[in-house]
Design a protein around this ligand. Sequence first.
Ligand code: F6R
Length: 613
Amino acid sequence: MCGIVGYIGKEQAAPIILDGLAKLEYRGYDSAGMAIAGEDHQINYKKAVGRLKVLEELTHGGETMPGTAGIGHTRWATHGAPSDVNSHPHFNKEKTIAVVHNGIIENYIYLRDYLMKKGYEFISQTDTEVLAHMLDYYYKGNPLEAITKVMHRVEGSYALGVLFADQPDQLFAVRKDSPLIVGQNEDGCFIASDVPAILKYTRKVYFVENQEVVRLREDHMHFYTIDEEEIHKEPTLIDWDANAAEKCGYEHFMLKEMYEQPKAIKETLMPQNNPRIRGDEITIEELDMTDDELRAIKKLHIVACGSAYHAGVTGKYVIEGLARVSVEVDLASEFRYRNPILEEGSMVIVISQSGETADTLAALRESKARGFKVLGIVNVVGSSIAREADKVMYTWAGPEIAVATTKAYSAQLIALYLLAMKLARVNNTVTKEEYQKLLCDIKLLPDQVELLLNNKNHIQKFANRYIGAKDVFFIGRGIDYAISLEGSLKLKEISYIHSEAYAAGELKHGTISLIEDKTLVAAVSTQEALYQKTISNMVELKARGAFVLAVTNEDNKAIEKEADYVIYIPKTNAYFTNSLAIIPLQLFSYYVSLGKGCDVDKPRNLAKSVTVE
Ligand code: F6R
């Protein structure tokens, strides 16, 4: 979704804002804009359709917009097409109040009509413009009063940066249901939608809560409630490496993040200062549950979106298989409206990289409102889901910038494996030997992932043959179906090639009619007990002209007779194969996208963190 950055301090604001927006461009990239408090109580602004670089060029890297206070925005359009007029900042008529916004104002039509009756004119199709005019309507020289009055009238979600021309020594940050942080260093104060935007400048951040307002000045910040009461907040020190938000020589963030997977897995298994494997025991301290309490879990509901949902589908197979606890997996956007049956003894697990996905957050709130405990498996420390969940198990993948997730997904799998093993241990559903084997195999995963990544050249060659593909199918059974779901999503989202994932046995119930001569089908076959079944499906497909790429275990040489091309993964526990089989599929998608000349890190129409429904 949209990204917001603001700065007030001793330095020039525009270059800092542009730099921060570049780190947030993954949140939206169809247009960008900036407003800087200028001399003589004027606000200077520039907006540009297209990527941030258009705005950078227009302002010579910010040089043409001098001033030490300002706000900026990179947009992912919701209301109104990407255009100069719809880009942020938005203004009141006199251009004395500038607003940047992430979120959706749900009652904007009502408010717009109300303001139009009062003589206000609207020039854009956005919901945001209503905020600028409403602020104007209420502004009588006291910004805090005007902002809180507006907050009382608007419905929906918003993270705002606000600048008043006649108050150039202060900036305002406002939040309800859209992510927002503020930070401080010795030279100034910052506003940002997400930590990476300001990581280069400060690690001292404050999480703005719902319906709070922050007044930022050069050397201090004050926090207020919607009723203008001042509140005290403690800062959080972020220990992410600033390089995590830089490409560090890689051509794309996605490639860098794929290469960070061994580290993400290691850190999620053994977080610094708090390892989750201690000797023979799995310790998930964050759960804060006794073995008896864990044993009392009768059912788990895993709720998530996109790739996080796919991790959840794998989690279902692993948890049910190992711990014999029943698991239901839901898409968050469905869960919240289907009146789910949550019975006594159920626990809800929400999975989210960003911790800000609107549907997942809503599912969490729905579950809590019904009195159920929610465990969040979350990557972004201090995000909304992390703060609102009853318990948080962090995936320590570090900041993920590429829109297509790779390392966070891999870390989510690890968190779910650990949970499955812990439950299996307390429920006594695996033998001592099986448990030891699981421990041994899970620890080998980082090196095995590394090995697969280092074998990328032949996948690149293979991928280059498919840059012209029209349709690709991914099939598998059991856990292999879950891998197929993720493999297919990776390919379509970054290469724009239509692809579908099917449970291998299901294809012949309709979809097989789409198979034409040379259609690529990736058959994932890592479950020994199902090798033969998947081979039968491959044979059916080949008979209809498909070209079959098999992804399988290194000992399954028999598959070579039926497959046209085989990618082997090292031997691991049957429950952990997803962590390995996904690597060549990620690489395949990456190289197809690269070969087609697509924007790998910022695929069209997408945004990293989906904070609207
Ligand atoms: C795909 C992808 C998305 C996210 C989904 C959920 O590569 O990244 O499908 O997985 O939008 O996002 P989070 O995990 O932030 O809740």
